[in-house]
Ligand binder design. Structure first.
Ligand code: KIV
Ligand code: NA
Length: 278
């Protein structure tokens, strides 16, 4: 299929064609997402929560994202792959930030990077864009700032907050971002921002008016993630239950000596067996 580009994403917005993002973190998840026809794969730092078992995204390192991005690219070589810049990897000097971006592109083989934040990081977005690297913005609930925000709370409910988020979105667009993730904002605000921007908005918990949607792989497939999904997640399959019951049956059959069966076993030639066992 035709590899996706940032220009194509903008055309999809203009044409009103919804854009699909999903996260993936390894070879099989990326391969399955590509085979399913996803537009963009995000190697999100949600990796920390759903794959590495941390209780936030803060412990995720640049090494982690590089390592997982490499695996994702091997699994989905024809898909546009965005890698998250992890916590504190883009708030120091521009030189330091660009070194991290370079690793994600050169070692991870990502096609773009994503950063959390609004107007306050616009200069950073501009520097990365000027280096020839496409950037996705991310505003609303930004999980790397969870301790400042005080929880995974819906953002932009007051008109003051909404104005600020619109200004952030415009600053990111102005700085060269080619798309912006809107996380946990009201449907009304997401619709407003989407209308005001020429670049696509990609929503998660942001309603149906965004130009695209993103969900976390493990959430939409119930693959070992929280048993009670949050309101904005739709569960499309219960992979976790399939895996659990598959392993439980394997355990039970080994205990009962019904696995392996004759069809799973290898045999010597009769004369060798006769020699060995007399
Ligand atoms: O890390 C992640 O999965 C994300 C998405 C929720 C947008 O940033
Ligand atoms: Na993220």
């Amino acid at each position: 299929r035709k590899p996706l580009t940032t220009a194509r994403l903008k055309k999809m917005k203009q044409a009103g064609e919804p854009i699909t993002f999903v996260t993936a973190y390894d070879y099989p998840s990326a391969k399955l997402a590509e085979e399913a026809g996803i537009d963009v794969i995000l190697v999100g730092d949600s990796l920390g929560n759903v794959v590495l078992g941390y209780d936030s995204t803060l412990p995720v390192t640049l090494d982690d994202i590089v390592y997982h991005t490499r695996a994702v690219v091997r699994g989905a070589a024809s898909t546009f792959i965005v890698a998250d810049m992890p916590f504190m990897s883009y708030h120091g000097s521009i030189d330091h930030t660009l070194q991290g971006v370079a690793r994600l592109m050169q070692e991870g083989h990502a096609k773009a990077v994503k950063l959390e934040g609004g107007a306050e990081i616009a200069h950073t977005v501009e520097a990365i864009t000027n280096a020839g690297v496409p950037v996705v913005g991310h505003i609303g609930l930004t999980p790397q700032a969870v301790h400042q925000i005080g929880g995974y709370l819906i953002q932009g409910k007051s008109s003051e907050q909404a104005q600020k988020l619109l200004a952030d979105a415009k600053a990111l667009e102005q700085a060269g971002a080619f798309a912006i993730v809107l996380e946990l904002v009201t449907e009304e605000l997401a619709a407003w921002i989407s209308k005001e921007l020429t670049i696509p908005t990609i929503g998660i918990g942001a309603g149906a008016s965004c130009d695209g949607q993103v969900l976390v792989f493990h959430d939409l497939l119930q693959y070992g993630s929280a048993p009670a999904p949050r309101k904005f997640v739709k569960v499309y399959a219960n992979v976790g239950e399939t895996i659990r019951s598959g392993i439980a049956q394997y355990v039970q059959e080994v205990k009962a000596r019904s696995f392996p069966g004759p069809e799973h076993s290898f045999h010597m030639d009769d004369e060798v067996a006769a020699y060995l066992y007399g």
